[in-house]
Design a protein around this ligand. Structure first.
Ligand code: COA
Length: 178
């Protein structure tokens, strides 16, 4: 599935690759403020990142690095993976790893670019995601993007040393009718 370069007013999205293997990227995955509600992070090192990015490069995957156009600074990643072609859905995830870039609408802007590409070019029917119920910032981003709640998985994972619920959310492609 083609993972193209995309551009919005302030951001450019580039296919994630080994070229983004930096100390700063490793530091994001060692910052509890970033990885608190993620599946990876803590005791992370550059060998682990190299292996991860090598694996990404081998796959046919919709996975982008998010860069600020004016500075070409890498601030995070966004992906739609896996994509289920039979049923027409794709699973979304985002990380703005550079905490100095938080609160400036970058997650919203990058997500809208990817959603537009998925809905209007790839004709993906439904974008799905899971968010830890305590992750208020992420939940609010998704609400603002138009995602709605589809279900609640109780005590689904362990975050911050305690069991947390997982909210499943989805956004439907308006080009489809039911
Ligand atoms: C969650 C995350 C993606 C938000 O990125 P961001 O670029 O700061 O978000 P935006 O600036 O685009 O915010 C969009 C909306 O989300 C909401 N929001 C963002 N941060 C928030 C916060 N800390 N508290 C409450 N609402 C928040 C607001 O409604 C905001 O809209 P507004 O500015 O008009 O009020 C980012 O903090 C992050 O990557 N965190 C670590 C990794 C992570 O948790 N990823 C999600 C895993 S499911």
């Amino acid at each position: 599935m083609l993972c193209p370069f995309l551009q919005s007013e302030r951001l450019s999205l580039e296919p994630l690759s080994l070229k983004f293997n930096t100390k700063e990227y490793v530091s994001w995955l060692n910052n509890p403020d970033v990885y608190r509600y993620m599946e990876t992070g803590g005791n992370y090192n550059s060998e682990m990142l190299t292996e991860y990015l090598q694996d990404v490069e081998k796959k046919d995957i919709l996975f982008w690095a998010i860069l600020i156009r004016s500075t070409n600074k890498h601030i995070g990643n966004i992906k739609i993976d896996p994509v289920n072609k039979r049923h027409g859905w794709g699973e979304y995830a985002i990380m703005i790893g550079d905490i100095h870039a938080w609160g400036q609408g970058y997650a919203f802007e990058a997500s809208n670019l990817v959603i537009d590409y998925c809905f209007n070019i790839l004709n993906i029917r439904k974008i799905t995601l899971g968010v830890v119920q305590d992750n208020e910032a992420a939940y609010n981003v998704y609400k603002k993007l138009g995602f709605t709640d589809e279900g609640l998985y109780l005590n689904h994972g362990v975050y911050e040393g305690k069991y947390c619920n997982m909210i499943r959310m989805a956004l439907f492609n308006p080009n489809y009718t039911y």
